[in-house]
Ligand binder design. Sequence first.
Ligand SMILES: [Zn+2]
Length: 717
Amino acid sequence: MRAGFQGVDMVRGWFAVSALSAGAAVLLAGCSSEFELRGPDEPKEWEKTAVAELDHYLGLCSENRKVKIGWRAAVFHVGDTAFARAKGLSPDSLADEEWCIKSFGRDVVLVGGGTRGTLYAVYHFLEDDCGVRWWMDGDEDVPAAKPLKFGSLDRRGKPFFMYRDIYRTETSDPRTAVRNRLNGNGDSRIPAELGGGFEYGPPYHCHTWDRYLPFARHGREHPEWYALVNGERRGGQSVAQMCLTCPGLVDEFSRRLEEFVAQGEANAAAKGVPAPRIYDISMNDNRNFCTCSNCAAATAKFGHSGRQLNFVNAIAEKAAAGHPGLLFSTFAYFHSEPAPSNGVRAADNVVVKLCNTRQNMAAGILDEDNRFMHDQVLAWKNFTKNLFVWEYGITFGVYTGYPFPNEFSLLDKYRFYADNGVKGFLIEHETPECSDMYELKFRLECKALENPFQNAEEIIGDFMSRYYGAAGEKVLEARRLIDRRRRERKAFIAWFPTLGEFNFISDDDLAEVERIFKAAADCVKGDAKREKRVERAYSSFGRLVEIRRRFGAKHPPEKGVSDSPFFDFPAGGRGFAIRDRRHIDYVKDPDLGDPLSGGETVIRVKVSDSKYYSLPFALGAYNPDSRRSIASKRWEKPLGRGYRWYSLGRVTLPEGSFYLYATRAWTVQLPISLPGMNGNTFEIKALVKFTGPMFFPGDTHSNEIRIARLVYVDSDS
Ligand SMILES: [Zn+2]
């Protein structure tokens, strides 16, 4: 089912349709109780698909193609048919994306507005009335064939949000998107056969300033267009912004915009899809704004976002006359996150996009942890008619694919957005192969974008029972347990989480989850498809079990000392190599961790017994391949009593192998290299305690050095 549009099923459908094009009403089956399909005399590309999809799926879920409305065999009129028109129903009589399912005796009209409305009518009929589910590319459930019988049908609807885009992978099947009523599919565009999508025109959908007037091309001739940063005119996507108050720059942008619009319309016409609805005019992806006197004055008066909006508004207002239906989007991002001051607001055709990068991924929008985004929406809705949000369904970085239950509050979040006037979303939800509970979360996102006022519990319940069958209740039990733990322990899962952030799931919890999943697997034994699905639902937990087994990280580092460790190696995680078993062992230290359980496991170096452990104390990083020191540092005396962080400083790790060491004799080593370390720069720190008279005259403890953990901290933080 991962085949493209030329798949066998589609071709079968299109043969049927080619006969329809000839003007004949095709009876797809001979028996009078079999359903009939009728399309338009001259079907559009998307109408052909609508007929083919209905034929394929209705054929699968009806026994011998028997479908009745009341006592008579059903006749489906799909798209812009003469029958529907005679009943006053046609694409023109419906709003864009509006869909309608209506029976007249045994005749059923499936029609919709715009290019996708008819497809939505067909998909709603198949999903709501026939029970078909499209979970993911190549992963669907069609009910066992049986004779189908319906009473009268009369429903219509329209997706709530204007723009509904979920970015999965670069090549995700757009059929999955449209079957679930999305109108965007990331960079894998929706083709004409599926009615096209809600598209951004060229040059791109975000961070576009440098694509309008690239610094590399114009910087030498027109330095004045670009940002004055530290006394120098600079530009480029990752380097600097533009000088938005520069006279004439609006005209230059407008000229380029006209070229892009012409190009966007020509491309769409060539592909047979609707023309782009929106063009982006947003800042480059960096924090270096212009500091020239005019820009500084504009920033002081209107704020960064106000200065940006004045610029984008001027371009959008010029474009409005020639392109009355188009929207122009810009970001409130980095320095321009705060709303503008002194009367600036977005023009009516300007879209402001907010990015929810600071959220607790596992918490609801009304949770205190997510107050920033909550307040951003409340603030910005007063400054624009068109608010879009860039959302995230995944956690990025090294710790992608670990469990964070956000499914129970997901609908609430989109309801909040709906209540506050947000109109569109791009949801980044990459890495379907390993992201936590991907199919459920994707389904909830699709449902939330189509209608955020649906009941989340019903959607989750339907998913659990359909997707996992008899194992559904068990899978749900495990997810609820972890959600409860997250709340009880007030865990914060950032979009680039550290491993320590998943410590809200204790080893006991993991054991309990494993027990539940074993029971779940038993419930579906022999059902290979569902066994695999249950295994997948467990995989994010399994990943956590595995990484803890490898080098466990059970306690996040002290707050305020190292807030964003990318890698966290507690002594108890068994990641260390001890090169001197005579003088070094592991003990529990009640100064750290939970004193009731004896405290955290630390490495103890018994100093009195060996001359190698007198001061200075040393930390370092070493490359055994090149036999070179990468970094080293010595302390002639302890930084103080108790546990203190000893920083090796910022270290750029080599592409090859390396290890960290502690003590002057290099006898405590951490030989673990993980993806994301090589070639990157981190601050490396050790949490160390010194005791005894050798370090503090008069101290009555024994002479020891205790090493609790090593952490790699993101050097940008
Ligand atoms: Zn400037």
